[in-house]
Design a protein around this ligand. Structure first.
Ligand SMILES: [Zn+2]
Length: 260
């Protein structure tokens, strides 16, 4: 029995070590972000949960803090309140993105982990549109829960919702119509369900991925509104699939007498 215990312990140790090393290799930037909350790792904490490159001067920091505050107002106005409190790591050089972000050419990104959400902003991401975009991602996970976000929310919904408060594509209708031949060549939503395929279309043009997603989420939101979104979040928590919750909410608000 003692020997069996020893063997089990040995193999458990090997498995846990292998998983930890693999996680460390693939998610080293994510681990760095998590560590920031504990040790700062050389970054300067300029406000609660906001860390910046120590090279940033006071004016740059003040401007960043103002942009974060105004982005929070934008998100809070849309969702009626803000429930997420992500850690933000920002800097005006590409090193920040390289060290804490991802190998994407994106100006900002989110690490959504079960320990919390970490927003990384590079040189192109210190403005209100990118900050609002990233804050919406963290707000969504805060509203629906980490497990639901990871297992049920398709990428097009997450990105489409974020783009509603990111005004870089606010006047995108004409260009979208042109690029997709009035929608005929736009990808179907299931083709934008996971990040890998979503990025494949983004490489072709963000109009195919981001704008197609935003058009669908805006259409849905215009029907259901914030009240419907809150019900949708509740339905996910009750165990309904994304498709069920999305359609149930839409039918309820399209035919308001049904089920009320
Ligand atoms: Zn995004």
């Amino acid at each position: 029995m003692k020997k069996l215990f020893k063997v089990a312990f040995f193999y458990s140790f090997i498995v846990i070590t292998t998983i930890s090393v693999a996680y460390g290799i693939f998610f080293i930037n994510q681990i760095r972000c998590i560590m920031v909350s504990y040790s700062g790792t050389g970054l300067r904490e300029v406000d609660n949960g906001i860390y910046v490159d120590p090279e940033m001067d006071d004016i740059e920091v003040q401007l960043l803090l103002l942009n974060i505050e105004q982005s929070r107002d934008r998100v809070s106005l849309f969702f009626d309140s803000i429930t997420a409190s992500p850690t933000i790591i920002a800097g005006p050089s590409k090193d920040i993105m390289k060290k804490y972000g991802a190998n994407l050419r994106s100006p900002g990104m989110n690490h959504i982990t079960f320990l919390g959400t970490y927003i990384v902003l590079g040189p192109g991401g210190l403005n209100r549109d990118v900050i609002s975009h990233e804050l919406v991602h963290s707000e969504l996970v805060s509203r629906v829960g980490w497990v639901n976000r990871e297992t049920k929310i398709p990428t097009w919904f997450d990105e489409g919702l974020a783009l509603m408060l990111d005004y870089r594509y606010a006047n995108s209708d004409a260009m979208w119509m042109m690029l997709t031949s009035n929608g005929k060549n736009a990808p179907e939503l299931p083709e934008l369900a996971n990040m890998h395929d979503f990025m494949r279309y983004t490489e072709k043009s963000p109009f195919f991925s981001y704008v197609t997603s935003m058009r669908e989420v805006s259409r849905w939101w215009n029907i259901v509104g914030l009240e419907g979104f809150n019900e949708f979040s509740e339905l996910l928590k009750q165990g309904y699939s994304f498709e069920e919750a999305y359609q149930m909410t839409e039918s309820r608000y399209t035919f308001p007498d049904v089920g009320k």
